[in-house]
Write a protein that binds this ligand. Sequence first.
Ligand code: SF4
Ligand code: SF4
Length: 345
Amino acid sequence: MSEMKILDKTKLVEFLEKLMPDFEVTVPSYNNGNLSFSSMAHARPEIDFAGRPLVPPKEYFFPQQEEMFTFATKEGKATIKAHINKDKRVIWGIRPCDLYGIKTLDSVFLSRYVDSYYHARRENTILMGLNCNEPCEAGFCSSMGTGPFATNSNAFDLLFTNLGNQFLVEIGSKAGEELIERRANLFATASDEEKNKSNEIEKQCKQAFLYSVDQDRVKAALTKAWDDPLWAEESKNCILCGGCNFICPTCYCFNIEDIADEHEQNSTRVRYWDSCQLGGYTQMAAENTRKTQAERLRQRIYDKFSYVPARHNGAIGCTGCGRCTEVCPSEINITHILGILGRQK
Ligand code: SF4
Ligand code: SF4
């Protein structure tokens, strides 16, 4: 286990403010009744320690829409300008499931082919995690091995645990260690008693989960569930909104378009999130290769539990965050679907 420090809760804001000359600092806070990540640059948001933001921090690495480059032609000459974002950022309060989601995105965007846009953002961002004292309502991260406490397998530079009046702080990288060393007067060395308190919080949180998923049984069931009637039954109320994909911390599909100005001399290449639950996702010139919503739901589940781990060295395709269940207007519940698969012989 890496070295542990203690930070008084009253000193968290001071610690983060001291980082602001060098970084854009982002924290979870309530805006108009919704918990989301907000910048500390323009106002001092009240930091929330209890909830998990509905929208995961994926958008800081892989934005919902981004301009990749602009290209222009003038007098027969072409110029290209890439828009690589290298802003330095600290994100504080990332939950363990989302730290794992970032690790999955790393497997996708930083492996065989390195995506320069993702790489620049990721390299310039410090991840400060926050362990969970209570499970999310629809979450099942404990059975997926991604939470409620992060381990060395999750991606983090610093990891905070809420002990009440203090945070236990675990150092996960050289970058995280340097940030603490430069503000050493704010931190103390953690005692065994404080570490034991953290272990007790983790134990109690794990016992409080309402849902669990047997990953091994789900994976085994998928080897013979291709033609199962469950796909049609469970997708029959789907309205094809794509919300389950867009809110997911591990979904990474995108579309690309070139948008030209009215004289067609300057164009911008834009990429934006796409969703395998939308009818047009697999539309080809000749036909649509996934014609029914049953096939699209089947794709979503196979992708998360079979294809992503196979393609990306065992990466976790579903962190068990429960967000897809929370946002679905048709009450399609991933733990219900995984439960059916898990009970199959
Ligand atoms: S599939 Fe659902 S539960 Fe799994 S990571 Fe995505 S949003 Fe979370
Ligand atoms: S959120 Fe629900 S209704 Fe929307 S595409 Fe996903 S499963 Fe279908």
